[in-house]
Write a protein that binds this ligand. Structure first.
Ligand SMILES: [Zn+2]
Length: 377
């Protein structure tokens, strides 16, 4: 069994359902300290995090990731127990196999290989690891980044080990993510008997034309890296259940996935304008859960792309699709940040798995990227 596969199995064996770490981080820390990393444990609330660094000089190259996993769902529907790593037909099964314990194991073995080959490498290698990514993400990466920012510790290159590959290892690297802005709108009407509409005010009828306008609005046209900003309604609720009552209010939940061509403030402004032109009486509460970010092609995308091509023979496509990740927090202190990891087809599903044959190449790609960006001094 290869050393990366073995470490991935040891990590999967720990049932680190978010936000619990269950000893995964100590396993990584032992290995990192043995090759000269200085490790700072950063516990916030109930959440374990650590920052590890080898070297004092710049540039700083950081691997970032999470040890927590999503809940298993019904155990009886797994073909093998989710926290017993099992290899069947060339696939390693277990909760977190793809998201993202194979990547964590590959971070560690990549560092071990690189340090053995270039003990006096240029710059610094760092790891930023949390156990609060899959949950509320309030005491995890965001807090570590705040602490690093407060003391002026910056990152030049960061690879977040999220599973980004789609068909085969190396086909997709994420070089940015869209922003996410949610709204909860309550439209006020006047409740009344459906037979006496002149005595009531129907909030569903009032909001319908405004929703049509919002749905038809072009917010921007995106750009070379981002699709156009999209506005979608996720829930609408109104009515008492009775068929003879005009409801008193209507609740609408919506979400923007937005490109850097828009700002959250500008989007809010345009929503208020549309609602106001329809003369609505309403309340609107906003939640901004992530700003968009982009790393244009540069040293990091070039080094990683070359490493992927050399090790896996794949041509990495740069993409900004998909949901949010901790990259949104780290970008604040990182000059160039991308996400790259194994195939994501089974993440968060029953029988999550990763191709065993992709695990060593993943570690080789990470190690070769280090070699390119932190050459021997
Ligand atoms: Zn993940």
């Amino acid at each position: 069994m290869s050393d990366t596969l073995q470490l991935a199995c040891e990590l999967i064996r720990r049932d680190s359902v978010t936000p619990r770490d269950q000893g995964c981080q100590e396993l990584m820390i032992d290995r990192l300290e043995a090759i000269g990393f200085r490790v700072e444990r950063m516990r916030f609330g109930e959440v374990d995090n650590f920052w590890a660094r080898r070297g004092d000089a710049g540039p700083v190259f950081c691997f970032a990731g999470h040890t927590d996993v999503v809940p298993t769902g019904p155990l009886t529907q797994w073909d093998s127990p989710p926290f017993e790593p099992t290899v069947r037909n060339g696939l390693l099964y277990g909760r977190g196999a793809a998201d993202m314990k194979a990547s964590l194991a590959a971070f560690v073995t990549a560092c071990e290989r690189f340090v053995a080959k270039c003990p006096d490498h240029a710059g610094s290698i760092a790891l930023l690891i949390t156990s609060d990514e899959e949950g509320v993400a309030t005491d995890g990466t965001v807090k570590v980044v705040e602490a690093l920012a407060a003391r002026g510790e910056l990152i030049d290159y960061c690879i977040v080990g999220e599973p980004t590959s789609e068909q085969v290892l190396g086909d997709t690297v994420k070089n940015g993510r869209r922003g996410s802005l949610s709204g909860h709108l309550v439209v006020h009407g006047i409740q009344g008997h459906i037979a006496y509409p002149q005595l009531a005010k129907n909030p569903i009828h009032l909001i319908a034309p405004a929703l049509a306008e919002l749905a038809a609005t072009e917010w921007d046209q995106g750009n070379a890296y981002f699709p156009p900003t999209s506005w979608q309604v996720s829930n609408i609720q109104a009515g008492t259940g009775a068929t003879n009552v005009i409801p008193g209010h209507c609740d609408v939940h919506f979400n923007f996935r937005f490109s850097p061509e828009c700002t959250a403030e500008a989007l809010k402004e345009r929503v208020y304008q549309i609602l106001d032109t329809h003369g609505l009486s309403y309340e609107l509460h906003w939640l901004l859960s992530g700003q968009p970010f982009l790393t244009p092609p540069g040293d990091l995308t070039a080094a990683l792309g070359d490493a992927i091509h050399y090790v896996a023979g794949a041509e990495a496509n740069l993409s900004t699709s998909g949901g949010t990740s901790d990259g949104r927090f780290i970008k604040r202190i990182a000059r160039e940040l991308v996400e790259f990891g194994p195939v994501n087809a089974t993440i968060h599903k029953l029988n999550e798995c990763v191709d065993v044959e992709a695990i060593e190449p993943l570690a080789d790609i990470y190690a070769l990227t280090l070699e390119k960006l932190l050459p021997a001094a």
